[in-house]
Design a protein around this ligand. Sequence first.
Ligand SMILES: Cc1ncc(C[n+]2csc(CCOP(=O)(O)OP(=O)(O)O)c2C)c(N)n1
Length: 596
Amino acid sequence: MAPTVADYLLERLRSWDVQHVFAYAGDGINGILAAWGRAENKPQFVQARHEEMAAFEAVGYAKFTGRVGVCMATSGPGAIHLLNGLYDAKLDHVPVVAIVGQTNRSAMGGSYQQEVDLLSLFKDVASEYVQMVTVPEQLPNVLDRAIRTAMAERAPTALIIPSDVQELEYSAPTHLFKMVPSSLGTSWPVVSPDDRAIIEAAGVLNAGSKVAILAGQGARGARRELEEVAELLGAGVAKPLLGKDVLSDELPYVTGSIGLLGTRPSYEMMMGCDTLLTVGSSFPYTQFLPEFGQARAVQIDIDGKFIGMRYPYEVNIVGDSATTLRALIPHLKHKEDRSWREAIEAGVVGWWRSMDAEAEVAADPVNPMLVFRELSARLPTDAIITADSGSSANWYARQLRFRGDMRGSLSGNLATMGPGVPYGIGAKFAHPDRPVIVFAGDGAMQMNGLAELITIKHYWEQWTDPRLIVAVLHNNDLNQVTWEMRAMEGAPKFTESQRLPDVSYEGFARSLGLGGIAVSEPGQVGAAWDQALAAGRPTVLDVRTDPDVPPIPPHATFEQAKNAAMALLKGDPDRWGVLKEGLMTKAREILPGGDR
Ligand SMILES: Cc1ncc(C[n+]2csc(CCOP(=O)(O)OP(=O)(O)O)c2C)c(N)n1
């Protein structure tokens, strides 16, 4: 049989070294599924439970490899289901290619079953590149451009292939008018900075005496250079959520996370600095950066489209972060006065002490911070950690001390619920030899994490290191929103919306043949981690956590604290527990032995 368009599609994906496609079947891609059977499942078809999960898995895969993630779905409903995961890729700047089916060309425009205007549907999410393949000769060019554009723009792109086109005999573009041949492979440049801008930037950085560095995910790969710059400038380094793994938390001047979920030393450093150097970050919350006029600022970013915003920077340098920092280093003067650095380091010591103390606050039954604190010390240095949107994102940001080669991510900008478990699956396919730990709320587990445990059951025996631990914060509450309503709206908990039905997460895991550990007392947490980290199979840690421990950051404004108090006065059903836990937690920051 002559190869079809679908056969050629898989062959071309193999040529691009795509090894996994996260996908879900449907008759809109029947031609491709048939080709897969002929291709002996190469690239591997990874079957998710839901197309949104397939997209999240592709995002997780891409985040943890730096390579393109590929997902596939049928026409109509399958394509629609991909959307949220693709938006996650778009907002976090991750290269993902979505391939979807469409009804036959003969039915198009006929309000046919499952016919959705997919070009319009993907127009926004895949604004960098979305195309429909209507004749075989178009395929190599459209696929290659979808992959290259995803990589070049760090964005999702989409390919629509009508079912009848999938089954056409493949014929390559020819040497004729209106044919567009294509070729494989790309050598990406390392973007060097402009020399004059380097001198200007060095002038700004040398003039300051209190330098703060903000290092985001774009600074990954510039670890050594960042450390050298921070040393020379006597600076501290704060990390937005997506940059949590760019620099070790064991360096004494790393102040940790910044922003709504951030640390006190990061906040204080930004409020007190006179100079700001931002590397590879488009951290959106201006209010956590220095006051306008307070600091002179320099930004380095690989993408000219995202530079110069969020803060009135004086020098904006487009360039690869490591290369640009290397160019900058010879021009930087070592700051002799280390008092600013010493104050930052003292703040960092105090911060970690207070994090330990906060994790020790007695709660009913388990303080969620304890779950993270107990893991932090036990984390293997090659671990990959994901967190879902919800209160776990707070504790991920503030309680985990990253070191070694640890990687971690969450839905940084879309902040969607649901990616924790599928990111973990994507991570396992990316690095089957590394332990992966997922933190997820019970709401996220009920939304999709439980179903995706079935995907884990389906595949885990393929992974050389079988450890994929899903730690569930079992608080029977949509806790992050409960607290946001208290802090932002001054509104008491609306039980009908916030309370969740009780489910045994470890019981469900065990019913699948996975490990399941129930934790209902603080004293069990450490041993549970030890057991899960030593287990020869994926494990769900089902921890009964206290919803009354406030995930409000230490620098919550007076307004937010007042609102929370008002919510309690207005008859919040959980008011006594909240008051007790909230006061005890705050006391750990304020009292002697806290962080001051
Ligand atoms: C798809 C989606 N729906 C709703 C939200 C709003 N939201 C953010 S966090 C959250 C609660 C999460 O609850 P859970 O997973 O139980 O975690 P917890 O905060 O209780 O730890 C909700 C509803 C969202 N971010 N994404």
